[in-house]
Design a protein around this ligand. Structure first.
Ligand code: C2O
Length: 531
């Protein structure tokens, strides 16, 4: 194990990933941001310099932060925001973690403006089951993309006029690239030139591990490469018994690794990320539903691919729910077909499950549509984080902080995410990988609904189906304050967030590092207004 130190500077700037120029927030001037690539057991230190004129904070999505809960990066839960002009150092171990993860800002909605990047944690050669299964690897970051900065979009979304209709992406990107038809640009005065597609080079007859990350604000994608099968070997850091698929649904926040063999005729092929149009708000924009990238075989030159995809493109005016690709993108891979390579028996809960009901309603006073988990709409108290409040054992938390406590070490916690009257939501739990026990349409009934009892999938982000449920279980062995939320970033803003204080007494005994406490001394910048 080594110490790996990264120096990051967060700045605001302008970029044009698809040819359309807009303002953005970047780390080290890169989009996607710098990749963290380390070996399992390495100790990661990231020195973040906040050169913005607003606060920021960074979350390490998929890392459990065991023993380092104050570095999980959620203002209002684990830290106070990093003030403008200040430095803050995150430091954490990776002992029990391998696989494909990502980092992103967790302050307000900054990640939509560009604060995202990949985290790759390589297994040790002695324990890596896939050491000889592939020759090379590539990272593939998928994301939706908006031509307006997030602040502008929120002004509309958080008004009665939006009727809760989320902002619709203008484009999608693969590794921060795509083309865009400038005659469709809105507003029409945005500078626009022709963008470029992402290109991945293949040498014939090799095996490539693609580490695919969906870093979207909202969109689900169906990923495929024409003429090639995908062998799925990892989900959110869990190595899997490999399964072959033609296309891979991946929701916001999720990661998969697939192995692709370059054994087709030497030519170029389309790599496709098809938008889950069925789970985006009805679009009146000119959103191109297929994001294309190129797989270029060595020896095939640079000609654009002519390969044909698996799905028939939608006809004009066809409702998205009628198109198989658009619907398939919105569902997780069949739960019963995915099993971890290292089996683990199903966790047996001893206590009552948490029932979490997902709903939306329009507030009577301000007419704004908000999201509710069990009738509570979360709003962050960014400068009064739960982990600091917990140091005082008699504190009473505000209702809108939506705090639940897990008191008993090693208790098995079961959470039923009930979404019987809504669209799809990718739910993410911080601090854990959970077992996915059940997922389906309708209402979950304990003892009646079939559950996945044999070596269930373990991951950290699972879709709660439209008009359905997802049931997860995890063991309370990680003292900390952990967010559970929808990874549609717009829904974070409107309140689909709650938090668990896991093992509050142990957490209190751990204290907090001095420089984390110091962040809370300044308070919000003058004139700062929370959404
Ligand atoms: Cu990827 Cu709470 O986030």
């Amino acid at each position: 194990p080594r110490n790996r130190i990264f120096f990051w500077k967060v700045t605001s700037t302008t970029i044009a990933p698809d040819g359309v120029t807009r303002s953005a927030i970047l780390v080290n001037e890169k989009y996607p941001g710098p990749k963290i690539e380390v070996n399992r057991g390495d100790y990661i230190t990231v020195v973040v310099e906040n050169a913005l004129d607003v606060p920021t904070a960074i979350h390490w999505h998929g890392l459990t932060m065991k023993g380092d809960p104050w570095y999980d990066g959620v203002p209002g839960m684990n830290q106070c925001p990093i003030p403008p002009g200040a430095n803050f150092t995150y430091a954490f171990g990776t002992d029990d973690i391998v696989g494909t993860h990502w980092w992103h800002a967790h302050f307000e909605n900054q990640y939509i403006d560009g604060v995202v990047g990949a985290i790759i944690i390589r297994d040790r050669p002695e324990t890596d089951p896939f050491l000889h299964a592939y020759d090379e690897e590539r990272t593939v970051i998928l994301s939706d993309w908006y031509h307006q900065p997030t602040g502008t979009q929120l002004a509309h979304y958080l008004s009665p006029e939006s009727r809760g209709m989320e902002p619709v992406p203008n484009n999608g990107l693969i590794n921060g690239k795509h083309t865009f038809n400038c005659s469709n640009v809105q507003p029409t005065d945005l500078p626009c030139v022709e963008g470029e597609r992402a290109v991945i080079h293949f040498v014939p007859n090799r095996r490539y591990r693609l580490r695919i990350i969906n870093a979207s604000a909202a969109a689900a994608f169906l990923f495929s490469i024409d003429n090639h099968l995908l062998e799925v070997i990892e989900a959110d850091g869990t190595d899997l018994n490999p399964i072959m698929v033609e296309s891979l649904p991946i929701n916001a926040g999720q990661r998969y690794s697939v192995i692709v063999t370059s054994n087709q005729e030497v030519q170029n092929y389309w790599m496709r990320a098809e938008f889950g149009m069925a789970c985006l708000p009805n679009t009146t924009t000119n959103l191109d539903p297929i994001v294309l990238g190129e797989i270029r075989y060595q020896g095939a030159g640079k000609a654009a691919p002519t390969s044909v995809g698996r799905f028939v493109p939608p006809k004009d005016g066809e409702p998205p729910r009628d198109n198989p690709a658009f619907v398939e993108a919105c569902k997780d891979l069949d739960l019963f077909s995915l099993h971890p390579l290292k089996p683990q028996p199903i966790l047996e809960p001893l206590t009552n499950p948490f029932l979490v009901r997902i709903s939306f309603k329009t507030d009577k006073t301000d007419q704004i549509m908000r999201g509710y988990l069990n009738d509570i709409t979360y709003s962050a108290d960014a400068w009064n984080p739960t982990i600091v409040q917990n140091l005082n054992s008699s504190v009473v938390y505000g209702v809108n902080q939506h705090v639940l406590k897990i008191q008993k070490r090693d208790a098995i916690v079961q959470i039923i995410l009930d979404n019987s009257r809504g669209g799809e939501h990718p739910f993410h739990l911080h601090g854990h990988t959970f077992q996915v026990i059940a997922q389906g349409e309708g209402v979950y009934e304990e003892g009646k609904t079939p559950i996945n009892t044999i070596n269930p999938l373990r991951r950290d982000t699972a879709t709660v189906p439209r008009n359905g449920f997802t049931v997860i279980r995890f063991k309370a062995d990680n003292p900390g304050v952990w967010a559970l939320h929808c990874h549609i970033e717009w829904h974070v803003t409107t309140g689909l967030v709650m938090q668990f204080i896991e093992l509050p007494d142990e957490l209190r005994a751990m204290g907090i590092p001095k420089h984390v406490g110091n962040l809370c001394e300044t308070g919000p910048p003058v004139g700062f207004k929370e959404h």
